[in-house]
Design a protein around this ligand. Structure first.
Ligand code: NM2
Length: 540
């Protein structure tokens, strides 16, 4: 059957690339650590500016598209209502784009910023505090969500307007690359996308697993070591494998719904039992600080490092560049999902919806969890910073959560939440990886193929955990994200090219799918007749 055909060059290419990166790390950990460190430094200091420019570029591009005539394009038929109401749409969007990492970083990101503040500020000084509360929200804010949304534009456009299902990045850039997509270039683009996603998921899993292990340790006393962490990854893979293998399509839906309610419950407990006024005020203030300094934060690449009396902090390289890279590697995959759920919306509402609701969701987590931790620190109730110095970040997260009333229950909910978040990341990433290495997908990618990628996903994070060190984990996303900077550019260009051509053509005939408020002239023909003798897709 045609649907059973695996695209072997892409499949093997991506797998070999992964092996070429991970095997040396496992067999030569000492030199592996040095090389990873060098790669990180080389990429972030020399090319950091490219990541920053890509972030700001994606942001401006989306604002431009939203207000241009292309923003009026309807993803679906004229007059069609959105398939999902805005609340479910926003919830699904958030669940797709965000995983266990938000639990990790929202609790402790401020510690890093307080200890190593930006803009040449004194570490652990009063001036560093407001920035420590604001920067986390910035790194999970509108620019980050713009990076996620950009790939959704061409994918959604092809899917609902040109009625062409696009599961591969290479297909989404066809309007620009044309026939080249069918040759090696197309394969290389898909392999680089797979490689990027493996890197991004590697960072996610390598951060999430120790946190879960610490939660389990708190609850049961089971020690935290490489073996228990490997078992946790296996457990998450199995949870997902069972739910997808048994055809329990609803399984994952139930898990995501459960996740949202558990997360809201936890947020509400921290907000009401924690220092409510402090949390609300610092969050509000943090939002103000970001609005006031948006461009300063978005463009700060520390140009005067070690010159003219500036001491190098490494802040932008370690954080803003890393974050944009990390969002970037997930972007085509989340973009695909955003596209799928946006039927019946206009391009403009899709753009503003993701940027606004996505940011709001992250503000809730960072505002509530982060400022709760900061309050513990500043009031002396619990010395988060020195605890972290001795016990590391993962244990600190659980320790902060255990400061809440009903501590056992809270740690339990937090740990379960992290496990589900991680399992759904496995689920959706392996789905996409499996789809990309198939020539065609009838309904669902093949099960063995999905399981193969679910297990493959564990390889990189396991070797990263083996090497240790935050910058090692960050490097996976930074290196994996690099080629995607250029692919993002192609994706944006493709959308503009395809939609502009169709818009031009739609001035001459009644397009059945493009809804343009600006359209002035209409000919008296039925949509289908018009489409038959003037099919804009033929122009490619
Ligand atoms: N991002 C949102 O682990 C996760 O939460 C998945 C991470 C890119 C920072 C996405």
């Amino acid at each position: 059957m045609k649907s059973k055909i695996i695209d072997w060059p892409t499949f093997i290419g991506a797998f070999l690339l992964l092996m070429a990166v991970t095997l040396p790390l496992v067999f030569f950990p000492e030199s592996g650590r040095v090389i990873v460190g060098l790669a990180n430094e080389y990429m972030t200091t020399n090319f950091g500016i490219l990541y920053l420019a890509m972030g700001l570029g994606a942001f401006f591009f989306l604002i431009f598209v939203a207000f241009s005539k292309n923003g009026h394009i309807k993803l679906g038929e004229e007059g069609e209502e959105p398939e999902f109401n805005t609340f479910s749409w926003a919830a699904m969007l958030f669940a797709a784009g965000i995983g266990s990492s938000i639990l990790y970083w929202s609790v402790i990101e401020w510690v890093y910023y307080y200890q190593g503040p930006p803009f040449g500020l004194e570490p652990e000084s009063p001036e560093a505090i407001p920035w420590a509360t604001a920067y986390g929200m910035f790194h999970w804010g509108p620019i980050a969500w713009a990076i996620y949304t950009l790939p959704a534009l061409p994918i959604a456009y092809f899917y609902y307007v040109r009625k062409k299902s696009v599961l591969k990045v290479s297909e989404a850039v066809r309007p620009v690359l044309g026939k080249w997509v069918d040759g090696p270039l197309g394969k290389i683009i898909d392999i680089l996308f797979i490689f990027g996603l493996l890197g991004g998921a590697g960072t996610t899993l390598a951060l999430g697993t120790p946190m879960i292990a610490e939660g389990v340790n708190y609850l049961t006393g089971i020690p935290v070591n490489l073996l228990t962490q490997a078992l946790i990854m296996l457990l998450c893979t199995i949870i997902f494998a069972i739910s997808s293998a048994s055809g329990l399509k609803k399984g994952i839906k139930v898990l995501s719904d459960l996740n949202i309610w558990l997360a809201l419950f936890l947020l509400a407990v921290v907000l009401f039992f924690g220092p409510t006024r402090f949390i609300v005020e610092t969050t509000f203030n943090g939002v103000g600080l970001i609005l006031d300094n948006f461009f300063r934060m978005a463009t700060w690449a520390e140009p005067f490092r070690n010159l003219g009396g500036f001491t190098e902090s490494g802040f932008p390289e370690a954080w803003t560049v890393f974050y944009w890279a990390w969002w970037l590697v997930y972007a085509p995959f989340v973009g695909l999902f955003i596209a799928r759920i946006s039927r019946g919306r206009t391009i403009r509402s899709m753009i503003f919806g993701t940027m606004i609701y996505g940011t709001l969701g992250c503000v809730l987590f960072f505002g509530i969890f982060g400022n709760y931790g900061l309050h513990l620190q500043l009031t002396g109730q619990f010395d988060v910073i020195s605890f972290m110095e001795t016990n590391g970040p993962a244990a600190t997260i659980i320790a902060v959560v255990s400061q809440l009333p009903f501590s056992y229950l809270m740690v339990l909910v937090f740990t379960v939440l992290s496990i589900i978040f991680l399992a759904t990341t496995f689920d959706s990433s392996s789905y996409i990886l499996a789809s990309v290495v198939q020539k065609s997908v009838d309904g669902e990618p093949l099960l063995w193929n999905r399981l193969f990628w679910a297990f493959t996903l564990c390889i990189l994070p396991l070797s990263l955990l083996f090497l240790g060190g935050l910058d090692t984990l960050q490097t996976a996303s930074i290196v994996g994200g690099f080629p995607l900077i250029f692919i993002m550019f192609l994706l944006g260009w493709s959308f503009m090219r395809a939609s502009n051509r169709d818009i031009e053509a739609s001035d001459e005939y009644e397009s059945p799918t493009i809804y343009l408020k600006l359209r002035a002239r209409k000919k008296k023909r039925t949509p289908l007749e018009a489409l038959k003798d003037n099919n804009p897709t033929k122009k490619e």
